[in-house]
Design a protein around this ligand. Sequence first.
Ligand code: HAM
Length: 413
Amino acid sequence: MNYKAPRGTHDIFGINALGMSLLEQKSKEIFKKYGFEEIRTPIFEDASLFMRSIGHATDIAEKEMYVFEDRKGRKLALRPEGTASLARAFIEHRMDISNPAGKFFYSGEMFRYERPQAGRYRQFHQIGAEYYGNSSPAADAEVIVLAQDLLAAVGIDKINVYINSLGCERCRPFFRKTLIKYFSSAQDLCNDCVRRLENNPLRLLDCKIDADKFIEAPQMADYLCDDCKENFNLVKSLLKSVDCVYTVDGKLARGLDYYTRTVFEIRSDSTSSQDALAAGGRYDNLVKELGGYNTPAVGFALGSERATLAAQSAGLFNNFKEPEKIFIAIADQELFNEAFAFAVKTRNGLSFNKDISVFGPINGKNLTNQLKFADKIQASKTIVFAKTEFENGKVLIKNMKDKTQTEVAISKS
Ligand code: HAM
């Protein structure tokens, strides 16, 4: 039987692995500038943590979670996102005391049982940040600009930022009622919309199938209370002050229930996909709902696969240079140990920023085959250990391009 990676999962290698590592590395540099510190949470949690946080009536909770029972009958779930896990960790470790700055970032695998398609997987990676304890609109703006900075760090600067306000517990219930009334009179709704009408009417706003029917749908902006209105205006003016270009999208509802006030999505301007590269928003009630103290919070996550693809099409690797490769060969098998020790010593002697990789020696191949292998991996030079030269304290350095060779003295210590 030939095994294949499970549907919706993928092996990441070559240029994609390189791109993703670069994205992770650059994002760490940027998180540091903003004062966010790393946190790693388990890949699985109590299933009910996600149900309560993301909301029972969301796609994720209804049909996309990988839920399983462990041997003791505990109901666990592979994490579909990071926000709920971080809120759980924040409460569990009293991070309001230990980490008063309240700024955390994470990166890792997430799992959602979605219909796989380009840029949509069942196992994917997110890089995200959560900012606790700051209710100021400046925190919302900071997080949006941070997400934008991360994308720009890997060359993705052709983006569109969409923002909206979903109001608070004071103004949203009335908007919800208005929406239910409005949608109830709509004809021929898709199955998802029918299902969500009572429990999650906000999601009908961003339904792709019924979008044409809802052009005139009420918008939250017209129902915001004075506080939410002022708050949203401040977020917008802060974004303007740093030249962050955004579009207010009154239909942006997001697929998770925990949001309050500002929500946002960042989409690529240059690829045809309308899927978000990054998304997030404010969720001031989640920590309290999970048993913690009243703690405002705002955050975002970007999809690493989507961002890596967008970075590649933005030319991230156009000037990419692979490290120079040096191969160590042996003309006489009895010199294997000396060549092996030389390879180790050479690697150890390379400073970290030197872009050189050392390969070999390989046992059991004659010199011709070793040189063929050096050509295959596109080594620039092969260092040959040959008996006569070695006895004179020398090795041969073969230039693999023009095939010239020179003798060079080596230290045997
Ligand atoms: P989300 O919109 O569900 O938000 O996911 C954030 C990003 O993860 C998306 O914009 C997308 O790039 C990526 N993503 C989501 N699902 C998939 C998938 N099936 N395949 C590939 N990429 C995917 C959240 O997860 C929130 N926790 C964000 C947040 C943090 N809000 C506040 N704090």
